[in-house]
Design a protein around this ligand. Structure first.
Ligand SMILES: Nc1ncnc2c1ncn2[C@@H]1O[C@H](COP(=O)(O)OP(=O)(O)OP(=O)(O)O)[C@@H](O)[C@H]1O
Length: 289
């Protein structure tokens, strides 16, 4: 399977933050969802991916090339959407298009017009007068109008109403239909990823906690509930985190089949959502720290 992005042991240090030994890949033809709590390092990772900041060590490849050797070609092949759009407020959409289209050799006016229509945007509208959601849609329209092979989005749906969100999610699914492109998409709305992501990358405190196919992650992780007397030093090892109350325990496991075999009917097991996986896993880590 072709890798569009690969990070190999990437480190980046800020005064109060360390991105540590980050390795992952983004595959062509798939949507990779990028999750992690506030301050996990998601935007830093995206900026590294886009060459907006440089790593201290490690290697970053896009399309099997490095920015050092092929910066211009890589930039042409990437479409970017940030949560706050960086478009010129005083310009109309039409004028903004003229600025941006000059930058991209494969800019496609017809495609851009198609997206404007789809998003109910007019070329004569001033960017400063667009709502947050409309601004986001314009950024997405721009990112999708130069035949990019990789679309990188940093929290694109957080400002959108549920209807627009669905529209954008559908659009991202359409983008990967021809299996020629890859989408990398950070968000706090984990239910969006349950709908559309093929792979999940989960970052916490600057390290990768999980990177796998979404279905594999959801198949492995279960919330288990049972009586506290089932817990001993051995059975506790089956769980990533255990919460105990006077009614019993509730725990997250990533060894569902083993729990089923060992505890069987004595416990109730329910598939964990991505949100539960995040919350339980992070709880565990912060206790260790
Ligand atoms: N230029 C910088 N200089 C110093 N520290 C920085 C810089 N950029 C980011 N940081 C720090 O790095 C850490 C990770 O920030 P980052 O924006 O990557 O997190 P995030 O996962 O995107 O968070 P959120 O979900 O809140 O957007 C934070 O503690 C932040 O303060």
């Amino acid at each position: 399977m072709e890798e569009v992005v690969s990070f190999h042991h990437v480190h980046k240090t800020y005064k109060n933050f360390l991105l540590r030994d980050v390795s992952f890949s983004v595959k062509k033809g798939f949507i990779t969802g990028f999750i992690g709590p506030n301050g996990a390092g998601k935007t830093t990772t995206i900026k590294l991916m886009l060459d907006l900041v440089k790593p201290d060590s490690g290697e970053i490849n896009l399309f099997n090339q490095t920015y050092q050797s092929n910066r211009e070609e890589i930039k042409q092949r990437v479409g970017v959407v940030f949560s706050e759009h960086h478009l010129y407020q005083h310009l109309t959409i039409e004028k903004m298009k003229k600025v941006v289209s000059n930058f991209y050799s494969k800019w496609d006016d017809d495609r851009f017009e198609h997206y404007l229509k789809q998003f109910n945007l007019r070329p004569d509208q001033k960017i400063g007068q667009l709502s947050k959601g409309m601004g986001m849609k314009l950024s997405i329209a721009i990112a999708l109008s130069h035949h990019a092979d990789l679309i990188v989005l940093d929290e694109p749906t957080s400002a959108l109403d549920p209807i627009s969100r669905r529209e954008i999610l559908q659009l991202l699914m359409d983008v990967i239909q021809d299996e020629e492109k890859a989408v990398f998409f950070s968000t706090h709305i984990t239910t969006d990823l349950e709908q559309i992501a093929d792979y999940i990358l989960f970052l916490h405190n600057g390290t990768v906690l999980l990177h796998d196919e979404k279905d594999a992650i959801l198949d492995q992780h279960f919330i288990v509930r049972g009586a506290t007397d089932l817990l001993d030093s051995d059975t506790r090892k089956l769980f990533l985190q255990v919460k105990e109350t006077s009614f019993g325990f509730e725990a997250l496991t990533n060894q569902a089949s083993l729990v089923r075999r060992l505890m069987g009917d004595e416990v109730v097991m329910e598939k964990a959502s991505l949100e539960e996986i995040m919350v339980y896993t992070i709880g565990d880590r912060s206790e260790i720290r």
